[in-house]
Design a protein around this ligand. Structure first.
Ligand code: GUN
Length: 293
């Protein structure tokens, strides 16, 4: 029986944040990276994510501004805020937390962010650059970028000859992840809710990226022996064993079962999650350095 290596995303993220902090200090004479986060409404998970992004930005030595707007904010008002941030020379990165309330057209808001300040990598210009392999000038979405760095720790940068299955086809994770794996020479399959025989599709993969948002959906015996498993899911489920009304976080993979088969696996929490924030800091520093020339 093998027991998988646990890929310590928290430690890798801390290394990246330390490098970003040191680099920020070294360029302080010419530029102070500025990150603006925008939260609309009171979604509790979004509140936690945005607060930790703003806090981490301060810890890196950035200028960090958080805009918290009521749920009733109109699309026009949000577009006006983005426009003012686009024109603010002290701001190099703009992050509008998704999901936005239903009455706001998320695509219109995301596309109104200046591509050079789009540290989430969601603007069509950055999506297009990733899709055409212009990785040197693109902003790559933070979760897939962080997932690739964790994968690199185990498999190296070149994935030639390896098959990768991405389960999930979101614009935030699944599609950009597939493009990054392709750029690294993996042979990719994108699976999703309409895929037939998902277990068999996953079983042939050397690399499995789980990004479906369904707690513990990927079962242990779907994993090819020795495969690398990157679990992007963060799901809160009831944990009666901890006491009444208590909850715990789990990924999209049945980790205890998958650990018995996989070669390496990211834990939840402490795997991909911390990498997302670290990559946002790295992207913001990059945006500031590009701005400063
Ligand atoms: N919602 C969930 N993940 C993300 C992310 O990476 N960026 C933004 N802006 N919203 C999100």
């Amino acid at each position: 029986m093998t027991v998988a290596e646990i890929i310590d995303g928290k430690a890798v993220a801390a290394e990246i944040v330390a490098k970003v902090t040191a680099h920020t200090a070294s360029v302080a004479g010419s530029v102070v990276p500025g990150l603006a986060t925008v939260l609309v409404g009171e979604d509790p998970a979004s509140q936690v994510y945005v607060a930790s992004k703003s806090r981490m930005a301060k810890e890196c030595g950035f200028h960090s501004v958080q805009h918290t707007l009521p749920r009733e904010t109109t699309e026009a008002d949000l577009l006006a805020l983005v426009e003012s941030l686009n024109n603010d020379p002290s701001i190099h990165g703009i992050l509008v937390q998704l999901p936005l309330p239903d009455h706001i057209d998320s695509a219109a808001v995301i596309q109104s962010i200046a591509p050079e300040k789009d540290v989430d990598g969601f603007h069509f210009i950055n999506v297009g650059k990733l899709g055409t392999g212009e990785l040197d000038t693109a902003f790559v979405p933070c979760t897939p970028a962080g997932s690739m760095l964790l994968l690199e720790r185990v498999r190296g940068k070149d994935l030639s000859g390896l098959s990768a299955v991405v389960v999930g086809r979101s614009n935030i994770v699944g599609k950009p992840m597939a493009n990054l794996l392709l750029a690294a020479n993996a042979t990719i399959t994108i699976a999703h809710s309409r895929t037939a025989n998902l277990a068999d599709v996953v079983r042939q993969a050397d690399i499995v990226v789980a990004a479906v948002g369904r707690p513990q959906m990927i079962e242990g015996d779907w994993i090819k022996p020795g495969a690398t498993v990157i679990d992007v899911g963060i799901n809160r489920i009831p944990a009666p064993e901890k006491g009444e009304g208590k909850t715990r976080l789990v990924g999209d993979v049945d980790t205890p079962a998958a650990k018995e088969v996989a070669g390496a696996i990211t834990p939840v929490p402490g795997g991909v999650g911390p990498m997302t924030i670290a990559m946002l800091m790295a992207n913001t520093l990059t945006a500031a350095c590009r701005f400063a020339g």
